[in-house]
Design a protein around this ligand. Structure first.
Ligand code: C2O
Ligand code: CU
Length: 533
């Protein structure tokens, strides 16, 4: 059986695994009312149709999509990742955490576009886990989203993820269970483009993280503390272990977050023990920056240099040269830099918080920078979303949307719930799409905090102009308080896909829904949203 049949509004509703749980017509109407009251965006959100069937992870079309991506004879790259308790050294202090293969970040996984990744996961944690391959347009049943496409890997268990990696770019991987990401479980995934000109001499992956494990409260304690706050707005936006403040970050439109972490790491190292990149003056350095933090956006700059941004979330953009850029949780940026002669701080300030991560770029002898160094570039020209343009190779062809869904981001007021369209994930109404459609998501932040919104299995094109069609391709995008804009995508990867805030604590507090492919019971039916009950 390829798909899960609908019977009277049978839709996936709770994270109780597959198949689906029934929900009532009354809930549909209540949800529609909530959405309409919450927002006055022009287009209409389609309502679930009872003739539709959910295209589940084991649907035939999922295998067909994979078959279209797979070249005969494509090389298979094998990696083995063990998730287990580990000790890491933080500037001479040994702390215990959970990590892949005993290192933080986890091992670099690297292959070429079109190759097949076969990644064996051994779970030596005391709880279930998965690996989610963030940003990769992979087959739905390998996406590591528990309850949505496959049960998690049990403690002591093992699973081999296997999928074609279709597109080049800077990606990363992490678990999609509980608060595991706020420990040391994350690693970079690079997919090389065989056709890339490679106009650089050095390449450096820069993975940023906010760190508490073994030093401050546990992630579980942080979560409990956030829940006890009953919403940050009532508390004036206090940070745990510090005061983040509502006006801490104009670029994020308000507070940088609710948690001031005790440490911020660059490639697993704190500022007291920064990693060093060695190169020669005049050489070109490509940085591949990944924000693996749970709750922190970073403002990145290299002292004495400007950054030419070439890729957002792994996909090429028309190059833009800036002094600094802000990277939200889950986002990636690639930048190329022509290096001067000297010793330069690579600083990633915890945006709107206190503290920073540090690296050193060295092309000459000289004293290393101080841990608290603040190069002036941090306050120079900042990259904006509006100035990014997708490279023609990856820009979506202009096409009006076949379907529009509102995605209203709310929360942080009376309680600790964070919601999409007024609902937490356990109660969420999936956003239906059909394979082949052009889908528009209207992202509308009606809360007082920024949210990096991430869609699994796809990248969308940000519509930064009213006419549309000109923004960057991305899979994660920051939506600032009271901001709204559209992102468009091709529904070309059937299955059930998570759409959520990449603030781990918001996601855990409910800010997640499903982009749900559906098909028709009767062939020949056309427009989904015109077939209301
Ligand atoms: Cu980094 Cu649901 O993802
Ligand atoms: Cu959020």
């Amino acid at each position: 059986m390829a798909t899960t049949p609908h019977r009277n509004q049978r839709r996936p509703r709770r994270r109780v695994g597959w198949p689906t749980v029934e929900w009532s017509r009354r809930q549909v109407l209540a949800a529609a009312a909530t959405t309409a009251a919450g927002l006055a965006l022009g287009a209409c959100t389609s309502r679930p149709d009872r003739r539709a069937r959910v295209v589940g992870p084991s649907a035939g079309v999922v295998g067909q999509a994979e078959a279209r991506r797979r070249r005969p004879g494509a090389p298979v790259r094998q990696v083995a990742l063990t998730a287990a308790p580990a000790s890491v050294d933080l500037a001479g202090r040994t702390v215990t955490t959970w990590a892949y293969n005993d290192t933080v970040p986890g091992p670099l996984v690297r292959l070429r576009a079109g190759e097949v990744l076969r990644a064996r996961l051994d779970n030596r944690l005391g709880e279930p886990t998965t690996i989610h391959w963030h940003g990769v347009a992979l087959r739905n049943d390998m996406d590591g989203a528990p309850g949505m496409n496959r049960p998690p890997v049990a403690p002591g268990g093992r699973f081999a993820y296997e999928f074609t990696v279709p597109d080049p770019g800077t990606y990363w991987f992490h678990p999609h269970v509980g608060l595991q990401l706020d420990r040391g479980l994350y690693g970079p995934l690079l997919v090389d483009d065989p056709a890339e000109p490679g106009r650089y001499d050095h390449e450096q992956v820069v993975v940023l993280d906010d760190w508490t494990d073994g030093i401050g409260p546990t992630p579980e304690q942080l979560q409990a503390w956030l829940a006890a706050q009953g919403g940050m707005m009532g508390q004036g936006g206090m940070g745990m272990m510090g005061q983040s403040g509502q006006d801490a970050s104009p670029v994020l439109g308000g507070t940088g977050g609710q948690i001031d972490y005790p440490l911020y790491l660059l490639n697993g190292r704190p500022p007291a023990d920064p990693p060093t990149i060695h190169a020669r003056p005049g050489e070109r350095l490509r940085l591949r920056v990944v924000n693996a933090a749970a709750e922190t956006a970073f403002r990145l700059a290299l002292g004495g240099h400007r950054l030419t941004v070439t890729h957002s979330d792994g996909l090429p953009v028309a190059p833009v040269t800036v002094d600094a850029l802000v990277v939200g949780m889950g986002e990636r940026y690639d930048a190329v830099i022509t290096l001067a002669d000297g010793v330069f701080p690579l600083v990633a300030v915890a945006e709107g918080k206190r503290g920073q991560a540090l690296g050193v770029v060295r092309t000459a002898a000289g004293a290393p920078p101080a841990a608290a160094v603040r190069p002036g570039e941090l306050d120079g020209r900042l990259l904006t979303l509006e100035e990014l343009r997708a490279d023609p190779r990856v820009a979506l062809p202009a096409r009006p949307p076949d379907r529009t869904h509102r995605v209203v981001l709310l929360g942080g007021m009376r309680d600790a719930r964070w919601t999409i369209n007024g609902r937490t994930f356990d109660d969420a109404i999936p956003l239906d799409v059909r394979e082949g459609e052009r889908v528009r998501l209207l992202l509308a932040n009606q809360s007082m905090m920024f949210h990096p919104v991430h869609l699994h299995g796809h990248s969308f094109q940000v519509q930064t102009q009213p006419g549309g069609g000109v923004g960057p391709r991305k899979d994660t995008v920051i939506v600032r308080p009271m901001e709204q804009f559209a992102v468009d995508l091709e529904a070309a990867n059937p299955g059930q896909w998570m759409l959520h805030c990449h603030n781990l604590y918001h996601q855990q507090a409910g800010m997640m829904t499903t982009l749900s492919y559906v098909s028709w019971r009767q062939a020949g039916r056309r427009s989904a949203h015109r077939l209301g009950p």
